[in-house]
Design a protein around this ligand. Structure first.
Ligand code: FES
Length: 162
């Protein structure tokens, strides 16, 4: 169960929204940040906070690709595979990530740090290939840059764990 203070903040947020659905993404993201992914318990809590049914929350959750209904790594890599990034070499960046992380698309590394997923346009089409990790957008990707970013993200996880 989420802390009382977070629950109250989310209820305030829902109260200030025009409709509960408008606040749904924010509520689901907050619960996901707390649990690591949108667990069944989180769906029930989101439903209660939003005054929606769990099924309605479930439908919304499956619509948004940044909401995870299964366990994911501490860092989820969303690599854009839409047209501009694809033509800038996203496919070879995906192949490089698969190889260097030792996972397929949708997979999570054994150490639980990274999950790799393709995604639709991230709005950074002029600087493809582009990926998003957490709130950080990375453009103009190359294998060298990927190595550097992965190491920085690993370091970030290590710092949080210690
Ligand atoms: S096509 Fe990749 S960011 Fe738009």
């Amino acid at each position: 169960m989420i802390p009382k203070q977070l629950r109250e903040e989310l209820l305030d947020h829902v109260a200030s929204a025009v409709t509960p659905r408008e606040a749904a993404v924010e509520v689901m993201r907050a619960l996901q940040a707390f649990y690591g992914w949108l667990t069944d318990e989180a769906v029930d809590e989101a439903a209660e906070i939003l005054s929606l049914s769990p099924l309605q929350v479930e439908e919304l959750a499956t619509f948004y690709e940044m909401i995870y209904r299964r366990p994911v790594g501490k860092r989820v890599i969303h690599l854009c595979d839409s047209i501009s990034c694809w033509s800038a070499g996203a496919e070879s960046m995906m192949a490089y990530l698969r190889k260097s992380l030792g996972i397929d698309e949708g997979g999570t590394t054994e150490n639980g740090i990274f999950t790799l997923v393709p995604c639709a346009c991230l709005g950074n089409c002029g600087e493809g290939p582009t990926m998003l990790i957490g709130e950080t957008l990375y453009g103009s990707l190359t294998p060298e840059r990927l190595d550097q970013i992965l190491e920085e993200e690993r370091e970030g996880v290590r710092c949080l764990d210690n």
